[in-house]
Design a protein around this ligand. Structure first.
Ligand code: 87F
Length: 510
C-alpha cells in the first residue's frame, strides 16, 4: 500500500529503518459465544464485515461479504427452479390498500406490520400505498388476467426482491429485519396433484440450500394448523435449530395454497372439456435469514466460520517473513501459490500488506471466516512446502508445494463435510424424545429440541403455548417431520393425554 511521504525536513535517519507496522489494534472478539450469545452474534456480523448497522432500527447494510453468500445461494437455486420450468419476473414494490385488503382473512394478523407511503414531497397522497410485505395481492390479479384456458397452465413465476415488514420485536441482522431479500415463488396449476408435487420439490431445494451449501442440518416437515400460513391449505418447511439458544428456526417455507386465493382473485380457467376450473396454487420462499442461521450455527469465539462452498475467499495466502529472510522470494512463492489455486478453480486471496503483522492477519481472516489459510515462511521455502491452517478445527498441516493444489481441494471438501457433521452432532445431541408433560417442561428448560407424540389438536397447541409463556417466549410446534418414527398404538399425547396422532417437534423458536 502506498503511503504519503512527508515533505518535512527530518534528521537523517539510519538507512535500514524498519517499515512501520500498524499498531496492533485489538482485533479479536470481545464476547464469547457461550457468555452472551446475542452480543456475540452482533459482534460477529459486524466484525466479519457482513453487516453495518444503520440509523433506522431493524434495517441493516448488507456488505459484500454478506451479498456474496446470497449470490452463491442464488447461483444454485435460480437454475434449479428454471429446470422446473419456473420463470423469473418482477412485480412492483407498491400495492394499493384496495388490493392488499382483498384477502382480509390472512392479512388481518399481519396488518400491523405493513408499512405505508402516505406522502410525496409535502403533500398527502390521494390514497396511501402499501409497501409489499409479500406479493400474493400484487401478483394474483394478473394471474387472473393471464390465465384463461388450460393451455395457460401451469403458470410458474418467481421473483428475487426485497420485502418490508415493520416488525416490532427484537430486530436481529438477517434473522428478523424490517427489510429483507428473498425469492418468492408463486405458481398455479390445473390440478392439486401437480401443486402437491411442486411443494415437495421446492422443499427439497431448500434442504439442499441448508445442508449442501450452508452445512446446516434441517428437518423437513409439515406445519401445524396454528403455525401454517393462514391463507393456504398446508405449509411445509425446513426447520433448523440453534443449540446455543435452544431455539428452533424456520429455514424456509413451501406452501400449498389450495384454491383459497383462486376464489378471492377469481383465477379460473376453461378446462380441456370446456368446463370451468379453478387453479391450485403454491407459494414458497427463502430469505437472507439463511445467512443468519449459518452465522449462528458455525460461528465461534474467533468470529465467523464459513463453509467453503459459500466462502467468497476460500483460501488466504499469507507471507511470514522472518528476521533477515528473503522477503522477495517468500512473496513470490505466495503469489504463485494463490495464482495456482485460482487457476485450479478455487477462490484464493493474497495478503501481502506490509503494515500488518502475520499474527494480525491471522486473526483478521479468522474473524472473516475464511476456511483455510496458507502460511509461507523462510523454512517452508527451504523445504519447498507450505503450512495449511484450517479455520474449522485449527489443525495445521505441512504440505509439499507440489501437492498443494490437490491437497487444498481435498481439505476444503473435508471442511464442508466436517462443518455439517459437527452441526448435525450438536443438533442431534439436543433432540429429546418426551412422553409426558413433566418430561416436556424439563426438556424445554434444558434448551432441547423436543420430539413428542401429539394429538394434533389446535386447542392443545394453544394450551401448551399458554402454559409455557415466559420471558423467552412460549413453546410451539416447529413441524411434524415427514420422517416419522414409529408411533406404537396406545401412545398418548404428551400434553392432553388423548390418543397421539403423530410425532411433532416442539420448542422455543425465533
Ligand atoms: C406480513 C405482512 C403482511 C407474512 C406478512 O411464506 C402479510 C404477510 O402474508 C404475509 N408476513 N405473510 C405470509 C407470507 C406467505 C408466503 N408469501 C409468499 C410465504 C412464501 C412467499
Amino acid at each position: 500500500m502506498a503511503t504519503k511521504s512527508s515533505n518535512v525536513a527530518t534528521k537523517p535517519t539510519k538507512p535500514a529503518k524498519k517499515k512501520e507496522v500498524k499498531k496492533e489494534t485489538k482485533l479479536g472478539m470481545a464476547v464469547k459465544k457461550d457468555d452472551n450469545f446475542g452480543e456475540w452474534y452482533s459482534e460477529v456480523v459486524v466484525n466479519s464485515e457482513m453487516i453495518e448497522y444503520y440509523d433506522i432500527s431493524g434495517c441493516y447494510i448488507l456488505r459484500p461479504q454478506a451479498i456474496s453468500i446470497w449470490e452463491t445461494l442464488q447461483a444454485f437455486f435460480d437454475p434449479e427452479i428454471k429446470k422446473m420450468g419456473i420463470k423469473n419476473a418482477y412485480f412492483p414494490l407498491f400495492v394499493t390498500e384496495n388490493v392488499l385488503q382483498k384477502e382480509k382473512d390472512h392479512i388481518e394478523g399481519f396488518a400491523p406490520e405493513v408499512a405505508w407511503v402516505t406522502k410525496s414531497g409535502k403533500s398527502d397522497l390521494e390514497v396511501p400505498i402499501a409497501i409489499r410485505p409479500t406479493s400474493e395481492t400484487v401478483m394474483y390479479p394478473y394471474f387472473a388476467k393471464w390465465i384463461r384456458g388450460h393451455r395457460d397452465l401451469p403458470l410458474k413465476l418467481n421473483q428475487w426482491c426485497n420485502v418490508v415488514r415493520w416488525e416490532f420485536s427484537n430486530p436481529t441482522p438477517f434473522i428478523r429485519s424490517r427489510e429483507f431479500l428473498w425469492q418468492e415463488g408463486h405458481t398455479a396449476f390445473a390440478t392439486k396433484e401437480e401443486a402437491d408435487q411442486e411443494v415437495l420439490e421446492i422443499l427439497e431445494l431448500y434442504r439442499r440450500v441448508y445442508e449442501e451449501y450452508l452445512a446446516i442440518p434441517v428437518i423437513k416437515g409439515k406445519k401445524s394448523e396454528l403455525e401454517k400460513f393462514a391463507g393456504g391449505l398446508y405449509t411445509t418447511s425446513v426447520e433448523a435449530f440453534i443449540p446455543h439458544t435452544g431455539r428452533g428456526i424456520q429455514g424456509a417455507t413451501s406452501h400449498c395454497l389450495g384454491q383459497n386465493f383462486a376464489k378471492m382473485f377469481q383465477i379460473n380457467f376453461e378446462d380441456d372439456k370446456g368446463g370451468k376450473g379453478m387453479v391450485w396454487q403454491n407459494s414458497w420462499a427463502y430469505s437472507t435469514r439463511t445467512i443468519g442461521v449459518m452465522v449462528m450455527v458455525h460461528g465461534d469465539d474467533k468470529g465467523l466460520v464459513l463453509p467453503p462452498k459459500v466462502a467468497s475467499v476460500q483460501v488466504v495466502v499469507i507471507p511470514v517473513p522472518y528476521k533477515d529472510a528473503d522477503t522477495t522470494a517468500i512473496k513470490a512463492a505466495c503469489e504463485s501459490t494463490a495464482n495456482e489455486l485460482n487457476a485450479a478453480g478455487m477462490r484464493a486471496d493474497l495478503d501481502t500488506r506490509e503494515n500488518y503483522s502475520p499474527g494480525w492477519k491471522y486473526s483478521h481472516w479468522e474473524m472473516k471466516g475464511v476456511p483455510l489459510r496458507i502460511e509461507i515462511g523462510p523454512r517452508d521455502l527451504e523445504k519447498s512446502q507450505a503450512r495449511i491452517v484450517r479455520r474449522d478445527n485449527g489443525a495445521k498441516i505441512d504440505v509439499p508445494m507440489a501437492e498443494l493444489v490437490e491437497k487444498v481441494q481435498e481439505i476444503l471438501m473435508s471442511i464442508q463435510e466436517n462443518l455439517f457433521n459437527i452441526a448435525k452432532e450438536k443438533r442431534d445431541a439436543c433432540i429429546e424424545v418426551v412422553h409426558t408433560w413433566d418430561e416436556f417442561m424439563a426438556a424445554l428448560n434444558n434448551k432441547k429440541l423436543i420430539l413428542a407424540p401429539w394429538c394434533d389438536e389446535e386447542e392443545v397447541e394453544k394450551d401448551v403455548k399458554a402454559r409455557t409463556k415466559a420471558d423467552q417466549g412460549a413453546a410451539k410446534t416447529l413441524c411434524s417431520p415427514f420422517d416419522q418414527p414409529e408411533l406404537p398404538s396406545g401412545t398418548v399425547c404428551f400434553a392432553s393425554g388423548k390418543p397421539a396422532k403423530k410425532w411433532t417437534y416442539w420448542g422455543r423458536s425465533y
